[in-house]
Design a protein around this ligand. Structure first.
Ligand code: SF4
Length: 258
């Protein structure tokens, strides 16, 4: 994809949603860190439902430690992998308390040293809580980057590096949110909603749905073109159909006569 198209895509997203936000609900870097840690293989909605009660009781590492693992587990029992996650929350809070004075660090190294915090979680916290340029590539961003051609790559690290390199500088801070929201609500995994996609004319996905015909191209097959307006206006589309049908009828008649 050429730089002009990337600029147009991000410019469109910015105009449509000037201040994109994460859908996780949080009031501090600490709450964001815990929510992202809990969100692995879980939806933001389920995390928000669980953390509402949890943060009401414990919104700092010290309070979380005082609450204890069993109560944390009880609060997050509706989220997948809650046993492991409860353990990691407590271990993370212990390190925050012992080594960072109860404050979430703002460096990748320190974040990734926390239990249950990988590169993606660290990137989300750095970008969302500390407004640093970082690209947390999840399944949605990976899919959108590859399909559209914005930053194609065979694994998340390659996509992350390409996004950091190719996304126009003015959009780098918020690119993560625009990409994730587009993947979550428009360019969904099974049936991307190309017909209602604002970047359909810029997207380079070979199997995207043709906006005019509504036909989705199959792998290796070019999408069917819609008849031109001129052709339809001149009635040629209809004439061709009639002619073919008439020919077939005439052949059938001839056979009957013989
Ligand atoms: S046109 Fe289709 S494939 Fe391309 S970004 Fe939009 S929804 Fe995704």
């Amino acid at each position: 994809m050429n730089p002009k198209k990337r600029e147009q895509i991000f410019s469109y997203w910015k105009a449509a949603n000037p201040e994109p936000k994460t859908e996780l609900e949080y009031n501090s870097p600490f709450e964001l860190l815990i929510s992202v840690l809990l969100s692995a293989q879980a939806t933001d909605v389920s995390v928000n439902a669980a953390t509402k009660g949890l943060y009401a009781e414990a919104d700092t590492p010290a309070k979380m430690l005082a609450l204890g693992e069993a109560k944390v587990r009880h609060h997050i029992r509706t989220i997948g992998l809650f046993n492991t996650k409860a353990k990691n929350v407590i271990k993370t809070c212990q390190i925050l308390q012992d080594e960072h004075n109860g404050i979430v660090p703002d460096t990748r190294e320190a974040l990734e040293a926390l239990p249950g915090v990988g590169r993606k979680t660290a990137n989300v916290v750095l970008n969302t809580a500390f407004r640093q340029i970082a690209m947390a590539v999840d399944t949605h961003i990976f899919r959108v980057s590859n399909r559209t051609g914005i930053a194609p790559g065979k694994d998340v690290i390659e996509v992350e590096k390409k996004l950091l390199k190719f996304v126009p500088h003015d959009y780098l801070l918020d690119a993560h949110h625009w990409l994730i929201l587009h993947g979550r609500y428009v360019c969904v995994a099974r049936n991307p909603k190309c017909a209602e996609c604002g970047i359909v004319d810029l997207c380079e996905f070979k199997q995207k749905t043709n906006r005019k015909t509504g036909v989705r191209a199959k792998p290796g097959v070019k999408a069917k073109k819609a008849p031109s307006k001129k052709r339809v206006a001149n009635g040629k589309q209809t004439v061709r159909k009639k002619t073919t049908r008439t020919k077939l009828k005439t052949k059938a008649k001839k056979k009957t006569v013989k």
